[in-house]
Design a binder for this molecule. Structure first.
Ligand SMILES: Nc1ncnc2c1ncn2[C@@H]1O[C@H](COP(=O)(O)OS(=O)(=O)O)[C@@H](OP(=O)(O)O)[C@H]1O
Length: 593
């Protein structure tokens, strides 16, 4: 295929990729390239990519003869989707880029910025600004390490401060300490304050509302003390991490909001603290250029509307690989795509991100013990034994309290400690408690020395909670689930009686028949009661949702009538299901009366 946009062909049914979709303003591939007039770009074999106008069957097709491994083919594929769907399947061409330079003063002597490096930083920034409106390097500072270089490097520090207004700034930790190592919030606040005072004394703006934690520590898995101290000392509104939900695969990184702090996904540019010289870059310059020219870094920008890049100060000194990398990839993007590159401060990017992906607002708490990286940056006071091994999920009015009592009799089974609000039930995975975070949940399960003991949690509203299976599975994928079922009609009636005994005015004023036959035009309170009577009883619907996440071997269904009539037998079966040892002899403790 030629890249010359005036490509023409005599064949009316099949032709090489149509000029029209490359000429369109929404096209990904840029055709007005300076030297494109006579340029021929080979996109694979000669007839690798063709369009069929649908002359025979009225269905237009684009053929990709040699797959999508070549980067230009991928762009072409996006263009093809857009072209064939008449714009319905097209993604915006706007791309935001923010480059964080973490640890602007932190680095071993001999690897830090000298004045020439700072000048290069300023010069490159200026050139990038002409390609990416609004672009400024975003410098993260840990004040304790200011002037900790050799004399030349200390002059570099001074030059950064002389140019303080040319950059954006954000706070790192004062001493570059990982926040999850602070158990004491007061100490964390104290150290944050030191950094803030340093910033003020040196004319560094302290109002960006953005911060980044060293090594992602405390951001995810969440360290509550960090969020609280960030809010209090810095009024932080935005942060970013590579760790949510996991570092890899990078394309699945997402954002979430916790305690009103917006956590944005962060992209990796391929440069790390130790890759400061090109000969230490894995694979050398060839590999770096591969990443820039259509490879991983290029595609990161292509596929992410908002890009916050992670880079370190040492990448800007030495061989200045970061300057080379960012300027080159931006130029390459500008040369080969119609992407519109801009930059904006973190808060604006965060607002934009969550308006684009509102479904990411709610976090999904994963299990830190299932990711070795997360375990490393998790409070040392926490252990995964502080989580339940099985859940009694309800539904309500099926005998869950009786089952809870029987289980609690077992010497090696413990429930959570009671909640002041919801008593024996924590009700974490449904409702607002979930937003209180994992630490809040784990505090209900104090660390125990008895390793053979099993924690369980009973919350009868879990059964029919829309979000519960997904959330429970994210945190407790190995957990066993116990549900009790009785006739849905009996359950509905039991709930109605329950509400009457709690003096619910609707239940008192209407008969059970009135409630369950309420129609959509009935008063809302009546419909609400009807829903609470009937909806949890739609057993198959709720069980199907649980089984989307958990294998059926992890689910144990108890017949509620049997629990009433033969509790000993039921408890023996349950003990075997949860594999608890020793087996407790309920025969000597329970009797059906
Ligand atoms: N041992 C035993 N086995 C089976 N069922 C029993 C048992 N003990 C009590 N019950 C009946 O369970 C009903 C209360 O269920 P829950 O404890 O799940 O109710 S709640 O959701 O916690 O309010 C409640 O039903 P109703 O009598 O219809 O209200 C209890 O009678």
């Amino acid at each position: 295929m030629t890249r010359n946009c005036s490509y023409d062909d005599d064949d009316v049914t099949y032709e090489k990729i149509l000029s029209s979709f490359l000429e369109s303003t929404t096209s990904w591939i840029r055709c007005d390239h300076e030297d494109s007039e006579n340029e021929i770009v080979n996109l694979g074999t000669d007839d690798a990519n063709e369009i069929d106008h649908g002359g025979f069957d009225n269905i237009q097709r684009v053929f990709f003869g040699s797959g999508l491994r070549f980067w230009l083919h991928r762009l072409l594929f996006l263009d093809a989707l857009s072209y064939l769907s008449h714009g319905q399947l097209s993604i915006s061409l706007n791309r935001y880029i923010l480059v964080d330079v973490d640890d602007i003063f932190v680095g071993e002597r001999g690897t830090r910025l000298r004045r020439e490096d700072v000048q290069a930083l300023l010069d490159t920034q200026e050139r990038i600004q002409s390609l990416v409106p609004g672009f400024k390097f975003n410098l993260g500072f840990s004040g304790k390490y200011f002037h900790h270089g050799n004399p030349e490097e200390n002059l570099g520090d001074d030059m950064l401060l002389r140019n303080v207004n040319k950059f954006n700034w954000f706070s790192h930790m004062w001493n570059h300490q990982q926040p999850h190592l602070y158990e004491n919030q007061t100490q964390l606040e104290f150290d944050m304050l030191l950094n803030k005072n340093f910033g003020k004394e040196h004319g560094i703006p302290t109002d960006s509302g953005y911060s980044v934690a060293p090594h992602h520590s405390g951001v995810y898995p969440v360290h509550e003390a960090l969020y609280a101290a960030w809010k209090k000392i810095w009024n932080i509104k935005v942060t970013s991490t590579e760790e949510y939900p996991h570092l890899r695969p990078a394309r699945l990184r997402r954002g979430f909001i916790h305690r009103n702090i917006m956590v944005l996904p962060r992209q990796t540019c391929g440069l790390f603290t130790h890759t400061i010289m090109i000969d230490r870059y894995p694979g050398g310059r060839e590999k770096l250029d591969e990443s820039i020219q259509g490879g991983e870094l290029f595609q990161t920008v292509v596929y992410n509307p908002i890009n916050i890049f992670m880079s370190h100060m040492s990448n800007y000194g030495n061989d200045r690989l970061a300057l080379y990398t960012f300027e080159s990839v931006i130029k390459f993007l500008r040369c080969w795509t119609n992407l519109k590159l801009t930059s904006a401060p973190p808060h604006a990017l965060a607002e934009k991100y969550f308006s684009m992906y509102p479904e990411e607002t709610d976090p999904v708490w994963g299990n830190p013990c299932q990711d070795p990286r997360h375990k490393k940056i998790w409070s040392h006071n926490k252990t995964c034994d502080q989580l339940p091994k099985f859940l009694v999920i309800g539904p309500q009015k099926t005998g869950t309290t009786a089952l809870y009592t029987f289980l609690s009799m077992h010497p090696n089974i413990s429930s959570n400690i009671h909640s002041p609000e919801t008593f024996e039930e924590i009700q974490f995975f449904n409702g607002r408690n979930y937003y209180r975070g994992l630490s809040w949940y784990m505090d209900f399960f104090p660390a125990s020395k008895n390793t053979t003991s099993q924690y369980f949690e009973k919350s009868a509203t879990y059964f029919d909670g829309e979000m519960v299976p997904k959330r429970a599975h994210a945190l407790l994928p190995q957990a066993k689930l116990v549900t009790i079922l009785i006739s849905p009609a009996k359950r509905a009636y039991s709930w109605y009686q329950h509400m009457r005994s709690h003096q619910d005015p609707v239940a008192l004023n209407y008969t059970f028949y009135d409630v369950i036959t309420a129609i959509d035009s009935s008063p809302k309170p009546l419909r609400d009661l009807r829903n609470r009577c009937l909806n949890p009883g739609r057993y198959s619907q709720h069980l199907e949702r649980w089984l989307l996440y958990y294998p059926q071997q992890q689910l144990h269904i108890i017949d509620g009538e049997q629990l009433r009539l033969s509790p000993i037998e039921i408890m023996d079966q349950l003990q075997k299901f949860i594999k608890i040892v020793p087996l407790y002899d309920y025969n000597t403790h329970l009797r059906y009366v």
